[in-house]
Ligand binder design. Structure first.
Ligand SMILES: [Zn+2]
Length: 266
């Protein structure tokens, strides 16, 4: 009885083992089935996904779809040029044009500067020539001619007599410059000429030439002093027989008054 019981237990145990083996087998089969099921479901889901875009692009042939789905057919007969390439090419053209313009402007500026320099050089040359030309006097003070050389009715004496000089300017106190180089032979005051200066310039074109500056407010040179053309000698005034501020400028050739305009060539 005891043996039968043990056998029974053994059978039960074997049954349990069988049962375990069966369960394990069934479990393994289940895993495989599940795997197949997974594969099957993947396949069944992939198929529609692969066909869907084709169906869409055929149904809706928009430019976007054509460009993104099949670029080769669109660009097959033309070179591929990107927007970046176009932009950089355009930038190079503009840079070249800017460089050309800049070079042209530099040349133009150089030409303008050269013209200005030439004009300045010409002016300096002309002024130097005038300064060295004894027969061409410097305009002695600012302003135009108020009364010319020649016979006139004297504004104060009220009778006709020779106006032996040229009246220039009209602003009291304006500086008066030596019209020519020379030696100051007179710097004094008298009733007719007021404060006046007389300069001997020596021989010019074969005659002895002197200049006189009359009616000055005051003079700043002295007798015996050598003055140079352009040197300050006094200031415009109305001293002596004068009705208003001006410079009376006289020129004498061998002691005789002549028209100063012969020498004052503006
Ligand atoms: Zn005068």
């Amino acid at each position: 009885m005891r043996t039968r019981l043990i056998d029974k237990v053994g059978e039960i145990a074997a049954g349990v083992r069988v049962t375990r083996q069966t369960i394990a087998a069934v479990a393994l089969a289940g895993v495989c089935l599940a795997g197949i099921g997974t594969l099957g479901s993947s396949t069944s889901q992939a198929a529609p996904a692969a066909t869907a875009p084709v169906a869409l692009s055929t149904a809706v042939p928009s430019a976007f779809d054509l460009r993104t789905t099949d670029p080769a057919s669109r660009d097959a007969d033309r070179p591929v040029v990107s927007t970046d390439d176009l932009a950089s090419a355009r930038a190079k053209v503009l840079a070249d044009e800017a460089a050309d313009l800049s070079a042209a402007q530099a040349v133009a500026a150089s030409d303008v500067r050269q013209v200005a320099l030439n004009a300045a050089a010409d002016k300096i040359t002309a002024e130097s020539k005038d300064l060295l030309d004894k027969s061409k006097f410097l305009w002695p003070t600012e302003g135009g001619v108020g009364s010319s050389f020649g016979p006139r009715l004297h504004p104060i004496l009220r009778y006709w007599r020779l106006h032996n000089g040229t009246d220039i300017g009209g602003a009291c106190g304006n500086p008066i410059y030596a019209a020519a180089d020379g030696l100051v032979v007179k710097a004094s005051y008298d009733g007719g000429s007021g404060n006046n200066v007389r300069v001997n310039s020596g021989q010019i074109d074969g005659v002895e030439v002197e200049e006189a500056y009359l009616h000055m407010t005051n003079y700043v040179v002295s007798e015996g002093e050598q003055v140079n053309k352009g040197q300050l000698i006094g200031y415009v005034g109305t001293t002596g027989l004068s009705t208003a501020c001006h410079l009376h400028f006289s020129v004498y050739e061998n002691g005789t008054g002549v028209d100063p305009m012969k020498y004052l060539k503006r």
